[in-house]
Write a protein that binds this ligand. Structure first.
Ligand SMILES: [Zn+2]
Length: 135
C-alpha cells in the first residue's frame, strides 16, 4: 500500500461543500468511532495513527511543528518548559476536548502521539509524550 502524505491529501476539489467540515465530524471519528468503537478506547490505534501523522508532517524544527499545530487548527501550543531532553507544552483550543464537559478521562492521546511522531522525526531520537491534563 502506498503511503500518503500532506502533498497528496491536500489536493481537495469539493466545489460545493468546500474545505471546511464541522469540528463535530472530527470528534465523531476520534471520540465516537475510535475511542468508542475499538478495544481499550483505541489507545494503541491512536498512538500508531498519531505517530504516523507526526512523522508525515515533514517538520524540521520544533518551531515549525508548533506553528503547524496552530496553522492546521489542531491547537494553540504554548511552551511552558523546554530543555534538551524535556518539553512541557499546553495545547489551548484543542480540537478534541475544548469546550466539552469533563468526562473524567484524558482523551487527547492522538494529539500527543502526533507530537511524539513529529518530535521523533525532528530529533531522530525516541520520544515519549505523556498527556498530563486534559480539558
Ligand atoms: Zn485536548
Amino acid at each position: 500500500m502506498r503511503k500518503l502524505g500532506m502533498a497528496e491529501i491536500a489536493k481537495i476539489n469539493r466545489p460545493k461543500l468546500g474545505r471546511q467540515v464541522p469540528l463535530e465530524v472530527f470528534r465523531l471519528l476520534r471520540l465516537v468511532g475510535i475511542r468508542g468503537g475499538l478495544p481499550m478506547g483505541g489507545k494503541s490505534v491512536t498512538a500508531t495513527i498519531g505517530r504516523e501523522i507526526g512523522k508525515s508532517l515533514g517538520c524540521r524544527t520544533m518551531e515549525e511543528l508548533l506553528q503547524l499545530l496552530q496553522a492546521y487548527r489542531i491547537a494553540i501550543p504554548d511552551v511552558l518548559e523546554r530543555s534538551e531532553s524535556h518539553l512541557l507544552t499546553v495545547l489551548d483550543d484543542c480540537l478534541v476536548c475544548k469546550g466539552m464537559d469533563n468526562i473524567g478521562e484524558k482523551v487527547c492521546d492522538l494529539e500527543g502521539a502526533i507530537i511524539e511522531g513529529a518530535v521523533s522525526a525532528i530529533t531522530d531520537k525516541t520520544v515519549r509524550v505523556t498527556e498530563v491534563k486534559c480539558n
